[in-house]
Design a protein around this ligand. Structure first.
Ligand SMILES: [Zn+2]
Length: 69
């Protein structure tokens, strides 16, 4: 499996979750589960504000393993 395209798929899924969370009836501090972008599919709990602030969604330490790959 090609890692780059898998990351793109995960980012697209995360954006879909983000769009779904963008509902005025949902409190802004509601935690949502996004997927780690390294491709491991571990769930990362973030609020919408945290997701918007973060440029990437990673489990702690997974970014390093991706960069060294
Ligand atoms: Zn990961």
């Amino acid at each position: 499996m090609q890692l780059g395209s898998q990351q793109e798929t995960i980012r697209a899924v995360n954006r879909t979750i983000r769009d779904f969370a963008d509902d005025p009836r949902i409190p802004p501090n509601e935690p949502w589960e996004f997927f780690c972008e390294c491709g491991c599919f571990t769930l990362v709990t973030l609020t919408v504000a945290e997701f918007d602030t973060a440029s990437h969604v990673w489990v702690e330490g997974h970014e390093a393993s991706l960069l060294s790959a």
